[in-house]
Design a protein around this ligand. Sequence first.
Ligand SMILES: [Zn+2]
Length: 324
Amino acid sequence: MFLIQTSARPLLCQPLVIANRSYLFPPPSTTETDNAAQSTSSKSRCTEGIRARRTRILSSKGLILVGTAFIGGTGIDELSEFSSGKRFEVSTRFGRVELVESVFGNSNVFFLPRHGFGHCVPPSLINYRAQIAGLKKIGVTRIISLSAVGSLTPELKAGSFAVLGDFIDMTKQRQATFFDEPGSPVVHTDFSQPYCPELTGALVEACRTQGVHFIEKAVYVAVEGPRYETPAEVRLFASWGAHVVGMTNVPEVVLAREAGICFAGLAIVANLASGLTECRLAHDEVRGVVAASGKTVAAVLKEAIVLIPTQAKCSCGENAALVV
Ligand SMILES: [Zn+2]
């Protein structure tokens, strides 16, 4: 076991409260293991094999292995880039998760369908802790979260993108921390920079290169759902300076930071929120808009993934207190 000391921020930018203590982590693998040599006969051995493969920068097939995962929901989980690949399962003390390991561009990535295969888990019942812990367990260090959202401003129309810069948490009944078990340490995580600046920068540059209509530094309001928002709620959220509203992203972003994983959010606008349009909101419409944006989404992600610095210089990992 390695003893890792969490580090304090520079004095000029001290967070209000930071737990500055030591945590025990499992040792990182130092063995390069050939993919084909890994037995898939047992789930635990499969997981260990994947963890070992994260230690290589370039595989024998020339694929870049960067420990990157995409989390996707409505409409995104139907894209062929994500639905094809090798399915596998990871067990954590918070529950089990199913993922896909696939080739994306010239990179080897993981895709986690947050609503499960078949889109059967509503936003409030998603086991977010198992999902983030599962990604941590297989060695993921970077997550790009994709979500369908409603627009809070008429200028941001359906099919537009929003690179997230901040969030407002209006959820009500979700487990938004890993550290609420008896005997677990009290952890107050700094969120003065909610999303990873390096991943976010890569997404912004990729959106520009691909010529998509998008805004950056977007403020995301996370609501509990599964119902859509009322017109009064939409007016309130817009008056707060928020740009988009959705039912996921929180607590994903919170748990990823607690786990020390870089996290960025790319939202696809599916419609104008209630009160901004005469149309009634329907889930099928949301799926259709996002699915129609599939090729653009894939192009942006393929562009972004090669722009991510090989060596992270951000501070997302400073509070990596999660033990998996
Ligand atoms: Zn980061």
